[in-house]
Design a binder for this molecule. Structure first.
Ligand SMILES: [Cu+2]
Length: 122
């Protein structure tokens, strides 16, 4: 009976580990270009966000806010065909100032995630 229950708890533990394994974790931002908090001599021409897993294009977007809180239209945020874990968007010409990138996306597990970071053009 003791052996049976320890086998049972081992099975339960295995099941719990499977449920919380990284395969079921949310999409996480791994790196960005421009980098979070960066000071740039030259205005970036695109935003590129690298996640840890493939993204759903229909639920992925990038918002840009510029100096004095002006919304800057970002057209065509797309998931990279060569790397479905990358969300990228071309940027219009940016003048000097502080910018905030807000992104939202969804991984194939159906969980929506969002985040933001800033960069500065000198
Ligand atoms: Cu998730």
């Amino acid at each position: 009976m003791i052996r049976f229950s320890s086998l049972f708890s081992t099975l339960l533990f295995g099941l719990a580990s499977a449920i919380t394994s990284p395969a079921f974790a949310h999409a996480k931002l791994q790196s960005s270009d421009p980098r979070a908090g960066s000071m740039l001599d030259k205005a970036p021409t695109q935003v590129r966000l690298k996640f840890n897993e493939a993204l759903e294009p229909a639920f992925s977007k990038i918002k840009l806010t510029g100096p004095r809180n002006t919304a800057i239209p970002v057209a065509g945020a797309t998931v990279d065909k060569a790397d479905p874990a990358v969300l990228a968007a071309p940027l219009p010409a940016l003048s000097a100032g502080a910018y905030r990138v807000q992104w939202s996306t969804m991984a194939h597990d159906g969980h929506k995630v969002k985040g933001e970071f800033t960069f500065t053009v000198k």
